[in-house]
Design a protein around this ligand. Structure first.
Ligand code: DGJ
Length: 741
C-alpha cells in the first residue's frame, strides 16, 4: 500500500493490491478525480484522464479558454453555484447571503496510520503499518474557510475511508448547509444501484434499481438511520453477480439523518454523494470553530458482491467494532420480551432463566418493563430505577440470582426517551425536543430527550451508570423506539437550530462512549424497534444489533441476507421464537428457526418452560451445535449463494479461516411436489481437501463441491412414500462439511 504524490503533474495515487484511487490538483486549484477502480501501475502523469472539450453551452472558468468547465470535470469536492450544475458536496452560506465558494489547494500531508475522528465513530488502525492517510487542505480565501479532505487507504482490501473537516479561519460566521463526507465522480453510469430498504419488521430487503439520467437517492430525515433505508449502497456492473465482477460499496459510519445519492448527468457521468442529509441541516461555524463530517467507507471489489461484503465484514469486525467483545464468540442468550412482554415478576423471570440454564444458554436478558412505573408503554421511560413492586430485590438482587444459576445477566434500556408520565419529565419538561407553540407528536407515547444538551446526557449517564456499577450486568440492549419530530432545542439560539439532528446523534455517541469505556466488559447490543438504527456508526460502540422485531424464520431469511451485504454475521442479533410467530402468525419448524438464527448472534426469545420435552431435547442440541460452530458461523468467511429475493430457495455458507470446516445453510420457503433435483455450487473451499458431508456421510473434494455442486435435492422429491419423513413448508438443512486427512 502506498500514497504517492507526483510533484510535477500534481497527481495523487493511493493504491494497494486491490484498488487505485487517483486525484489531481486542477489548474484552478480544485481537486479533480481521475480514476477509482482496480489497481493499476503507477505513472508520473495521469493528466490525460482529464476530459476537456469546448462545448457550446458550457459555462467556463477562464476568460480565454472554452474547455475548462467544472460541469465536465470529475471532482472530489464540488461546490454550489459555479460552472458545475450538478448537486454539490459542499455549500457555504455567508453573511452577505452568497453561497459561492472557491476552495483551492494549499498543502497536503501523507502519513502512516489513521487519526481518530473527534466525537464520531470511525474505522481505526491498531498499528500504523495497517494504513496510510493523505490529508489535503483546500481554502476559500474570501471567507477564510479551510477544509481538510482526509483519505485513508488500508493495506488490505479495496478500501478507502474518507471524511472532511471544516475550519473557520476567517473573521465572519458562515453556515454549512451541505457537507457531504464523500463525493465520487465516475466516468460512466453502467451500474445497477443496490439499496437495503424496508420498514419496521421487514428491514434491509435488497432492492435493485437501474441508474438513469437524473437522481437516484435514499436517505433518512428521522433522526435515526431508519428502518426504511440503510446508510449503505452498492453499484454493481450489470454483468457482476455475487461471485464475480466489479462492485463499489459505500457505507456511511453514521446513525443520524443521511443521504446517499447518484446523479447521472447529460454526458453520462455519475456523481455519487454520501453524507449527512442536507435537508434541514444548517451548521453555523463561528470564527475559530471547526466541523467534522462523519466517515464514509468506499469498497471496491472485482469479486462480485460477496467480495465486497467480505471486505466490509473484515473491516467492520476488526477495525470498526472495538473492545472486549470484538473478537469474542457471542454468548447464547434468552431474552424475555416475547416470553412475557410487560407481564412478569422476579419469580417468573427466574423460572425462565432456570430452564434456559438447563438448556445451556449463557446469558439471560431482562427486556422492557423493569423500571419506574413501566407496566405498559404509557409510562416510566426516563426513570431508570428498578420497580421494586415487580423486582423486590432490585436489579442487583435479580442479577445475583441469575449469576448464582451460573448465567450472565443482561438488561434493556432506552436512554434517549422519556414518557410524559415519568418523574423525569415532571422535573424537566423542557428536556424534550419540541418546537415552541407546535404540537408535540408522540411515538409509542414517548418523547425524545434533547441529547444535544450535555446536562441531559450527563443526567441519564449518572442514572444508568449507578445501576451498572451496583449490579452484575454483563450485557445491555440499547433500544430506541421512535423517530424525531418537531426537532427543536430549548437552549440553542435560532441560527443554530439546524444543528440539532447532528448534535443529537453526537450526544448519543458521547453517552455510548462514556458507558462503553467505563464498563468495558459489558456487551452492548444496539436496537431501534428492531433494526431502525442498524448501521456502521452503532457498530463502533455495540458490536451487535437486534436486526429486526420480526423473529419469524421465513421473514428473517430476507432480513439477514440483506443485512449481510454490509454488516458482519457476528453483528446480526438473531433469535429463535415461538410459533405461531408473534409478528406474522406463521408456523415454522423449530429446526428452521434455529437454522436461520445460527447465522448471527444467536439466542432464544421465548419461555423455554412452554416447550415439550422433545422440543427441549432439540433446543439442547441446538445450543451444543452453536457452541461448537459459532466461531465459524459468526467470524468465518461468509458467502451468499442463492438469494431469497429471487426464488423459493436460499443458500448461504460460512467457511473457517483454515478452510477445514464449512457450514452451509439451505432453506426453502414453500414445499414442492414432484420436486426437481437441485444443487448449489459452493465457494471458498480448498479444492484439494476432501470434506465429509454431515447430511449424507459421503466424502467430496472441495473442487467437486465448488464446481459440480452440493446436492440439495429433497430426497423425497416432495412425496411421502415408504418410511420417508415428508418435508413441509419452511424446510431447511444445515450441511457441516469437515475436511478429512
Ligand atoms: C423494541 C425492541 O425491538 C423489542 O425487542 C423490545 O425490546 C421492545 N422494544 C421493548 O419495548
Amino acid at each position: 500500500m502506498s500514497i504517492i504524490f507526483h510533484e510535477k503533474s500534481k497527481i495523487f495515487h493511493l493504491h494497494n493490491d486491490s484498488i487505485s484511487y487517483i486525484m489531481m490538483i486542477l489548474e484552478n486549484g480544485h481537486l479533480g478525480q481521475l480514476y477509482c477502480g482496480k489497481r493499476i501501475h503507477d505513472r508520473e502523469d495521469f493528466s490525460y484522464l482529464l476530459e476537456k472539450a469546448p462545448r457550446p453551452m458550457s459555462s467556463c472558468v477562464y476568460e480565454d479558454d472554452k474547455t475548462f468547465s467544472l460541469e465536465h470535470i470529475r471532482q472530489e469536492m464540488p461546490v454550489y453555484g459555479t460552472t458545475d450544475y450538478r448537486h454539490p458536496a459542499v455549500e457555504v452560506l455567508q453573511e452577505n447571503g452568497s453561497r459561492i465558494s472557491e476552495f483551492g489547494y494549499q498543502e497536503h500531508r501523507i502519513f502512516s496510520g489513521k487519526p481518530r475522528l473527534e466525537g464520531l465513530p470511525a474505522t481505526y488502525t491498531e498499528d500504523d503499518s495497517e494504513a496510510e492517510t493523505l490529508i489535503i487542505t483546500l481554502k476559500d480565501e474570501l471567507t477564510g474557510i479551510k477544509v481538510e479532505l482526509s483519505y485513508t487507504i488500508f493495506a488490505r482490501g479495496g478500501i478507502v475511508a474518507k471524511n472532511m473537516c471544516f475550519f473557520n479561519e476567517g473573521n465572519g460566521s458562515v453556515h454549512l448547509t451541505q457537507a457531504m463526507s464523500l463525493c465520487l465522480d465516475l466516468p460512466d453510469y453502467e451500474y445497477e444501484w443496490i439499496q437495503l430498504s424496508g420498514s419496521w419488521a421487514r428491514e434491509r430487503h435488497v432492492k435493485n434499481r437501474i441508474l438513469t439520467h437524473g437522481i437516484t437517492a435514499i436517505g433518512s430525515m428521522r433522526g435515526n438511520s431508519s428502518h426504511e433505508q440503510n446508510p449503505f449502497i452498492a453499484l454493481k456492473r450489470p454483468s457482476a453477480d455475487e461471485q464475480q465482477g466489479e462492485v463499489f460499496g459505500v457505507s456511511l459510519i453514521y446513525s443520524g439523518n443521511f443521504l446517499m445519492q447518484a446523479e447521472v448527468d447529460a454526458h453520462d457521468t455519475l456523481r455519487l454523494l454520501a453524507g449527512i442529509n442536507p435537508s434541514g441541516f444548517d451548521w453555523k461555524l463561528d470564527p475559530g470553530e471547526h466541523f467534522q463530517t462523519p466517515e464514509a467507507v468506499l469498497v471496491y471489489s472485482d469479486k462480485g458482491l460477496n467480495g465486497m461484503s467480505q471486505t466490509f465484514h473484515g473491516l467492520y469486525q476488526k477495525r470498526l467494532a472495538r473492545g472486549y467483545w470484538r473478537d469474542r464468540e457471542r454468548p447464547i442468550l434468552n431474552n424475555n420480551w416475547e416470553a412475557t412482554y410487560f407481564d412478569f415478576t422476579e419469580e417468573k423471570l427466574v423460572e425462565i432463566a432456570e430452564k434456559a440454564k438447563e438448556c445451556g444458554v449463557e446469558l439471560f436478558v431482562l427486556d422492557d418493563g423493569w423500571f419506574g412505573k413501566r407496566c405498559s408503554d404509557h409510562a416510566g421511560l426516563g426513570d431508570w430505577i428498578a420497580n421494586t413492586e415487580r423486582l423486590p430485590n432490585g436489579i442487583t438482587g435479580l442479577a445475583d440470582r441469575i449469576e448464582n444459576l451460573g448465567m450472565k445477566f443482561g438488561l434493556w434500556v432506552e436512554l434517549e426517551m422519556v414518557n410524559k408520565d415519568s418523574d423525569l419529565y415532571r422535573a424537566h419538561p423542557d428536556w424534550i425536543l419540541a418546537t415552541p407553540g407546535r404540537n408535540q407528536s408522540h411515538g409509542r407515547f414517548q418523547h425524545v430527550l434533547d441529547f444535544s444538551r450535555k446536562e441531559v446526557v450527563d443526567h441519564i449517564y449518572e442514572m444508568i451508570a449507578k445501576i451498572l456499577s451496583e449490579a452484575k450486568v454483563s450485557y445491555i440492549k440499547w433500544d430506541m423506539n421512535r423517530s424525531i419530530t418537531e426537532c427543536y432545542s430549548a437552549v440553542l439560539p435560532s441560527d443554530r437550530q439546524g444543528e440539532i439532528f447532528h448534535r443529537y446523534i453526537l450526544g448519543v455517541y458521547d453517552l455510548y462512549e462514556r458507558l462503553t469505556s467505563r464498563f468495558p466488559h459489558i456487551l452492548f447490543e444496539s436496537c431501534a424497534s428492531g433494526g431502525g438504527r442498524f448501521d456502521a456508526g452503532m457498530l463502533y460502540y455495540a458490536p451487535q444489533g437486534w436486526a429486526s422485531d420480526n423473529s419469524d424464520a421465513a421473514e428473517r431469511i430476507k432480513i439477514q441476507y440483506g443485512t449481510s451485504m454490509c454488516y458482519p454475521i457476528s453483528s446480526i442479533g438473531a433469535h429463535v421464537s415461538v410459533i405461531p410467530n408473534h409478528q406474522v402468525f406463521r408456523t415454522t419448524p423449530l429446526h428452521t428457526r434455529a437454522n436461520v438464527a445460527y447465522f448471527g448472534a444467536f439466542g432464544y426469545e421465548l419461555n423455554l418452560n412452554k416447550l415439550s420435552e422433545e422440543e427441549i431435547k432439540e433446543v439442547k442440541e441446538q445450543v451444543c451445535f452453536m457452541k461448537k460452530y459459532r466461531k465459524i458461523l459468526q467470524f468465518g468467511t461468509f458467502y451468499r449463494l442463492k438469494s431469497p429475493f429471487e426464488g423459493n430457495e436460499m443458500v448461504w455458507m460460512a467457511v473457517s479461516e483454515d478452510q477445514k470446516t464449512a457450514i452451509v445453510g439451505w432453506y426453502r420457503i414453500l414445499n414442492c411436489v414432484n420436486a426437481t433435483f437441485t444443487r448449489v455450487e459452493l465457494q471458498g473451499l480448498n479444492p484439494d481437501y476432501q470434506y465429509r458431508n454431515s447430511q449424507t456421510g459421503r466424502f467430496h473434494y472441495g473442487d467437486e463441491l465448488m464446481n459440480l455442486g452440493l446436492i440439495t435435492s429433497d430426497s423425497t422429491a416432495g412425496q411421502a412414500e415408504g418410511d420417508a419423513v415428508p418435508c413441509t413448508d419452511f424446510e431447511s438443512r444445515i450441511y457441516v462439511l469437515e475436511a478429512v486427512e
